[in-house]
Design a protein around this ligand. Structure first.
Ligand code: ADP
Ligand code: ZN
Length: 518
């Protein structure tokens, strides 16, 4: 089949127009470029590879992790008149012959294949003799070693880069935070400039975050704006979900607990009530979430720090599926942060994983402590963009700020003078003028930025660095040692030195140090 993308969109799929970034992605790949596509589930990723695969000469090769998913896609495409097939490793006899013949003769538009099958030498050999229009790797986050869906065979897909260097490559996923994104791009040798990221904004969700002061009072105040509405309250521990649910019931709400330690029937019963009844508050651990399909969840509150920005986005994303105004509140305390840091340091995970975890925690704190619009920081973590939104707490009431221009200059110069390869802790030491062995061995006790930051303590410097990372003036080496470097925006800052307001870091609360509060 040869036809133009828009024509295919209409005749094969029956749609009149591309949605969001689809048109730009299709054009980009039609021109023979690679592409990385990050869009939430339901965003319309399939068309982004299917249409160029059909429109370009040759057969499109689609790598997909699940046979069941492939079968569905193939059936739908065939129904629409596209010559699609799945190469299944247990295909036998005549069927297998017929498929190999179709592949070799160039009769197929699209071939779906699982990575394990694709990487077999006989299959690779067959494909090398076939003209390919593109190679699309769906669910590309499966190649991330530290992700939840890691599939070792996905890791070997870099063989495709060398075996088919002239075929456009696409990697598609709905779940990729910054480290995972970096891993996919570098592993499949796709350039940053080939990345398309869009559709993450949930404009009807209002974001707010606050330090824990008196969490129950803070929750109660939040709930007064949501009388007779349904929502989710996330807690870290099973016990806390039980206690909080009981307390909310005493306060006159209908609240139910939900966690992995509960009897299965009870858990199911609570979920059903939440789905069917109105004005039920589910007080849950992160065990609650998969498969909830309730459009009118009006609020999501986090009583403890979520696992990562990505987890926060997913958990708050359960609010407002109906598009009506919804509210997200996150409470966090310095003891949460300390606890989380300790978990990371004390775990048996390999060093590289720990670094990744530290960076994820820092990114989350950067979001919590930002002086700017939360939506901007949240979306920029996914590579997506927003103007100051007017629908978050920091837009409504900018936090107390100070002129951080000089501090930023000092931090950036210090990163520059030490060669843009050291991590946060090291940079803070040099700023404070702490000459330990590592510093003296590198000769950094003799550079001009040694000890130029004594006006702040190390906590403040760490908070400043986190903000500069959240503002993208500093890049963090996600796959290496967590080294800090100056981004393009950071270089521009050093040239132009515009006034930069930063948030005043909050003082640690003495009362929270013992963990006596809920
Ligand atoms: P994803 O793979 O990103 O989760 P899909 O490709 O399955 O999303 O698309 C989600 C839904 O949106 C599908 O039902 C699809 O047919 C529909 N869709 C995709 N693109 C368009 C479009 N341009 N116009 C209308 N509907 C579309
Ligand atoms: Zn905002």
């Amino acid at each position: 089949m040869t036809a133009q993308p828009l024509h295919i969109l209409k005749t094969v799929y029956g749609y009149d127009a591309f949605r969001g970034p689809q048109a730009a992605i299709v054009d980009h790949v039609m021109a023979g470029n690679n592409a990385f596509v990050l869009m939430p589930t339901g965003g319309g990723k399939s068309l982004c590879y299917q249409i160029p695969a059909i429109a370009r000469p040759g057969m499109g090769l689609i790598v997909s992790p699940l046979i069941a998913l492939m079968a569905d896609q193939v059936a739908a495409l065939r129904q629409a008149g596209v010559n699609a097939a799945a190469l299944n490793s247990d295909l036998q006899g005549d069927e297998r012959h017929a498929l190999w013949r179709d592949i070799s003769s160039g009769a197929l538009d699209l071939l779906y294949v699982a990575p394990e099958t694709l990487l077999r030498p006989d299959i690779l050999e067959l494909l090398r003799r076939t003209k390919l229009s593109l190679i699309a790797i769906d669910e590309a986050h499966c190649l991330s070693q530290w992700g939840h869906d890691f599939r070792p065979s996905y890791r070997q897909l870099d063989a495709l880069v060398t075996q088919f260097p002239d075929t456009p490559r696409m990697a598609l996923t709905a779940t990729a935070d910054a480290p995972t994104r970096g891993e996919i791009l570098s592993h499949l040798k796709i350039a940053e400039s080939d990345a398309f990221i869009a559709g993450f904004d949930r404009p009807n969700i209002h974001y707010a975050m606050a330090e824990k002061d008196n969490p129950r009072a803070q929750l109660k105040r939040f709930l007064t704006q949501h009388a007779q509405e349904s929502g989710i309250v996330y807690c870290l521990s099973k016990r806390k979900t039980e206690e909080t649910a009981a307390w909310l019931c005493e306060q006159g709400y209908t609240a139910l607990p939900y966690h992995g330690g509960m009897d299965k029937a009870q858990r199911q019963a609570n979920q059903t009530r939440f789905q069917r009844e109105e004005a039920v508050i589910m007080v849950a651990t992160i065990a609650f979430g998969m498969g909830i399909d309730k459009p009118d969840v009006r609020f999501v509150a986090h009583l403890d720090l979520p696992g990562s920005i990505e987890a926060y986005y997913q958990e708050t994303g359960r609010a407002g599926r109906d598009g009506l105004p919804s509210d997200a509140l996150m409470l966090y305390g310095h003891d949460d942060i300390a606890l989380r840091s300790r978990f990371i340091e004390e775990s048996d995970a390999p060093e590289q994983r720990k670094r990744m975890e530290r960076q994820k925690l820092d990114a989350l704190l950067g979001l919590a402590e930002t002086a700017g619009c939360r939506r901007q920081v949240l979306l920029s973590y996914f590579g997506d963009h927003s103007e100051p939104c007017g629908n978050c707490d920091t837009c409504a009431e900018p936090p107390k700020r100070f002129d951080g221009t000089i501090a930023t200059q000092k931090a950036l110069s210090c990163i520059y003078r030490t060669g843009e390869r050291f991590g946060q802790a090291y940079i803070v030491q040099v700023l404070l003028g702490v000459a330990d062995d590592r510093v003296t061995q590198s000769g950094h006790d003799r550079i001009s930025t040694f000890g130029i930051g004594k006006e702040h303590d190390s906590r403040t410097w760490r908070a400043i660095l986190r903000q500069l990372i959240a503002l993208r003036l500093i890049d963090v080496d996600m796959t290496g040692h967590g080294g800090l470097s100056i981004s393009e925006a950071g270089r521009r800052f050093l040239r132009e030195k515009p006034v930069l307001m930063l948030r005043v870091p909050a003082k640690p609360r003495a009362t929270q140090a013992k963990g006596v509060r809920a």
